[in-house]
Design a protein around this ligand. Structure first.
Ligand SMILES: *Cc1c(COP(=O)(O)O)cnc(C)c1O
Length: 408
């Protein structure tokens, strides 16, 4: 009898990694009937998050985006303010600036790490200062779980008196100079969205000093005052995380170190086995810190290899999910007219970057499949005619004609 080969199991970019611990924690919250906002699991979750970020306080909310929005609100950032934001990021970091009616100014990023390029930051601050603008904040993003270079960035921002909001949505557990992700700004943000390293199904947290966070907690709960009737002293939001979601998060956080050990191992194996291929490179771990390796990003030399998108197609044929890196904000229709400094580094990051499956639940055998499929995609795919490449690059640079040293 003919039995067709079973299709290879799907390998996701970063699948939620659940265990019996999450199941038990969830059922115990369920059985206690603490389902909706607030409850003991939520309080425990906030304590765990603030201990990981070594912050005074933490507020658990419904998404990382909500946490970023609250950060701007409690720092009184609004219409008339300019907020710096890296061009390479998930769109939420730029959108929250628009939510509060402030104006984003995009800074350029490192072509390999994708984190804020300190030189572009210096140039942006100097140029804006010469025009009489002092940005209300910098939203610094810890891309793919690697902290930005806060040793440099914080010194630069201090010099100009610009506070930092750390978007550590992707970076829980990472460190820089002996300090944890989330602790580098006036406020820090985490996301617990379904595809992040730690997930509550959907959720986020804001960390920082109690003075600012008590206001954030208030706004997240519809700004309701603690009286019997419904009294509200501001325009608030329905942003609280549910006790049920927090119960999953508590179990996840007890496993953070082991999940992170695994994602770091996965990164190490990609580096060992794919790093030697000519024209393939990876961002290195910083000398003075460790990323959580949420996603490993491979960079493909454009003159030697197919585009990241073509490699994604080839991997998809093997039932493997891969994705291009975040498309820069200045190349998005909604932020094309936004003021910015430079953009070439961000464009290079996007043109060469490919996110490889990195979930902590991926097996050795699964990673072997990814490595084999990736290698054969590079070997099999015809290298695109160099003339096409040049045309593509020209098109990009014509649209965005400027160098790092141009502020518009
Ligand atoms: C995921 C993410 C967010 C938003 O988090 P959500 O929980 O999806 O709202 C913000 N910034 C960055 C850099 C992210 O990766």
């Amino acid at each position: 009898m003919f039995t067709p080969a079973a299709p290879a199991e799907r390998i996701h970019l970063s699948a939620p990694h659940m265990s019996n611990r999450e199941r038990e924690s969830l059922l115990s919250a369920f059985d206690s009937n603490w389902i909706a906002p607030v409850g003991p699991a939520l309080e425990e979750f906030e304590a765990r998050v603030s201990s990981i970020a070594r912050s005074e306080d933490a507020v658990a909310v419904s998404s990382g985006t909500a946490a970023l929005h609250l950060a701007l609100l409690v720092m009184d950032i609004g219409p008339g303010d300019v907020v710096l934001c890296p061009s390479v990021t998930f769109v939420a970091a730029a959108n929250v600036i628009s939510y509060v009616g402030a104006t984003p100014h995009l800074v350029d990023c490192d072509p390999i790490s994708g984190n804020v390029d300190p030189e572009s930051l210096v140039y942006a601050l100097a140029t804006l200062a010469s025009r009489g603008h002092k940005p209300a904040a910098l939203i610094a993003v810890d891309l793919y779980g690697m902290c930005a270079d806060y040793t440099t960035i914080a010194a630069v921002c201090n010099r100009y008196g610009v506070p930092i909001i750390e978007d550590a949505a992707e970076a829980i557990g990472a460190t820089h100079a002996g300090q944890p992700a989330g602790s580098f700004g006036t406020l820090g943000v985490f996301s617990f969205n379904g595809n992040k390293l730690v997930t509550t199904g959907g959720g986020g947290a804001l960390v920082g000093p109690t003075e600012l966070l008590s206001r954030a907690r208030h706004l997240a709960g519809q700004a309701r005052l603690p009286v019997r009737h419904f009294e509200h002293d501001a325009i608030g939001y329905a942003y609280r995380l549910s006790n049920i979601s927090a119960s999953i998060g508590n179990a996840q956080l007890t496993r953070l170190d082991s999940m992170m050990n695994r994602t770091r191992e996965i990164y190490g194996r990609y580096l060992d086995e794919l790093g030697p291929i000519a024209g393939v490179s990876f961002s290195s771990q910083a000398e003075n810190g460790l990323g959580n390796c949420w996603l490993t990003v491979a960079h493909l030399d454009q003159s030697l290899h197919p585009t990241p998108s073509a490699v994604c197609d080839a991997l998809a044929e093997h039932n493997i999910e891969a994705r291009p890196t975040w498309k820069p904000m200045h190349l998005q229709k909604v932020y094309a007219e936004t003021g910015r400094t430079g953009g070439r580094g961000s464009e290079a990051h996007y043109a060469t970057g490919l996110c490889l499956p990195s979930g902590s639940s991926m097996t050795e055998a699964g990673q072997s499949r990814v490595i084999a499929a990736f290698t054969s995609a590079l070997e099999a795919a015809p290298v695109i005619d160099i003339a096409d490449r040049i045309e593509l690059t020209d098109e990009l640079s014509l649209q965005h004609q400027d160098s790092r040293a141009t502020t518009s």
